[in-house]
Ligand binder design. Structure first.
Ligand code: NAD
Ligand code: MG
Length: 396
């Protein structure tokens, strides 16, 4: 029998943690997948190495590195065409010769290519949760208008997607709530009085997952879970009061769905992002991911505890932002991106990330966005406000 055509994949954010794991899964199934585009923000050498290995049709990099990339591709005699900046990302995300887009850029910078992929009706594998938190209904409108298939890559949302019935029309009748699990990050048991002294290295040392620096800081503040509550609301349509968070330090139960009859369906596995990535790539089928099986002989106890407001105040901003007018989740995300960058840069104390986020939310009530430009304007304005708050809190 003739082989089915290979899925042609664009990996945006290919040099990052999710990008690398995606290429690992893809490499295990060369007969199923073909890498046709790769992108990175600045890492020319890493991107060139990936181009040698996967020989994509396009490679996209930030404008400042374009010349270095183009020259490197020529020197290696590679067939890959270099593209630059946001326009290059949008071009490959919407190209007719691309079937699937892995959105693994970090932050609101990934929104424009996500929308382009959505409008072009791609299979869109969404790791870039900030894009959905920022884009909200505008993002979902683009998915509907383009007939795209949006598949979650975040482990919690993949778990919920696996635990929900196939037909979304049955969800409101059958489901009572969804329960997102959270590891609690590196400071689950640290004395809150010492959170003013946290260094970037401490914040990025996650107990269960090795991830990019931004999401690692978000895990330490639990702002990552706040973004995931918002992400779950947009992905699955549940009201904020039907989304709950529980701390589960072992990261084995990846999330749960509670049904009307109080039956709970959970998804379990070793904490390895290749599992949700493989599911997104192969859905509705299943393929090998390379992850180790869960070993019940050595697993030990699975424990659960409620998140404490005084230790993780940022988490609770999710429900506040979802209850506020549309556009507010974009303000929260922008403030958090600015605050985390300032913290990683040594300009803001760890415990003041929340002060910046809360201060920005209180200072700026956006009007309802209808287009990508509206959303980007809110994002810009919120970043400017957040930068003022950072300056106000700066120690030096
Ligand atoms: P990372 O920092 O390791 O990688 C980010 C990638 O995006 C890199 O390839 C980088 O070059 C590129 N990039 C960064 N800024 C860019 C910009 N302004 N323009 C274009 N490209 C840019 O991050 P990561 O940990 O892989 O996370 C990627 C996304 O996936 C984030 O939204 C994160 O929240 C989400 N996510 C990650 C994990 C994980 O385990 N790492 C789990 C769930 C969700
Ligand atoms: Mg997650």
């Amino acid at each position: 029998a003739p082989r089915p055509p290979r899925q042609r994949i664009a990996v945006l954010g290919a040099t990052g943690s999710i990008g690398t794991h995606t290429l690992d899964v893809v490499s295990q199934h060369p007969q199923r997948f073909e890498v046709v585009a790769l992108s990175a923000e600045r890492q020319v050498d890493a991107l060139l190495a990936l181009c040698e290995r996967f020989r994509p049709r396009w490679a996209v990099i930030g404008a400042a590195q374009y010349e270095a990339l183009a020259q490197g591709l020529r020197q290696r005699g590679l067939p890959t065409k270099a593209l630059a900046g946001p326009h290059g990302l949008v071009e490959v995300a919407a190209h007719p010769d691309v079937d699937t887009v892995m959105a693994a850029i970090v932050g609101a910078a990934g929104l424009a290519p996500c929308l382009a992929a959505a409008r072009a009706g791609k299979r869109l594998l969404l790791a870039n949760k900030e894009a959905l938190v920022v884009g909200g209904e505008v993002f979902l409108d683009a998915v509907r208008a383009g007939g795209a298939r949006l598949l979650p890559i975040d482990s919690e949302h993949s778990a919920i997607f696996q635990a929900l019935p196939e037909d979304p029309l049955t969800w409101p009748q059958r489901v009572e709530k969804i329960v997102l699990t959270a590891s609690g990050g590196p400071f689950r048991q640290r004395d809150p009085a010492t959170l003013d002294r946290v260094t970037p290295e401490e914040a990025c040392a996650h107990p269960n997952w090795v991830m990019g620096r931004k999401i690692s800081v978000d895990s330490a503040t639990m702002m990552n879970k706040a973004l995931e509550v918002i992400e779950a609301h947009y992905l699955f349509g549940f009201a904020p009061q039907h989304i709950e968070v529980v701390i589960h330090p072992q990261s084995v139960v990846h999330s749960m769905v509670q049904y009307r009859d109080r039956s709970i369906v959970a998804q379990l596995g070793t904490p390895d992002m290749r599992v949700p990535i493989a599911y997104g790539l192969s859905w509705p089928e299943r393929i090998a991911s390379g992850a180790a099986p869960l070993d019940f002989a050595t697993l030990g106890a699975l424990t659960f505890e409620p998140p404490q407001r005084q230790r993780f105040p940022g988490l609770f901003l999710a429900w506040e932002a979802l209850q506020a007018p549309p556009g507010t989740t974009a303000v929260l995300n922008a403030a958090n991106e600015v605050a985390v960058a300032a913290f990683l840069d040594g300009r803001l104390r760890f415990d003041r990330i929340h002060a910046v986020n809360r201060g920005t939310l209180e200072a700026y009530a956006p009007s309802k966005p209808a287009t990508l430009d509206d959303v980007l304007a809110i994002d810009r304005e919120a970043r400017a406000r957040a930068a003022e708050h950072v300056r106000r809190w700066t120690v030096r």
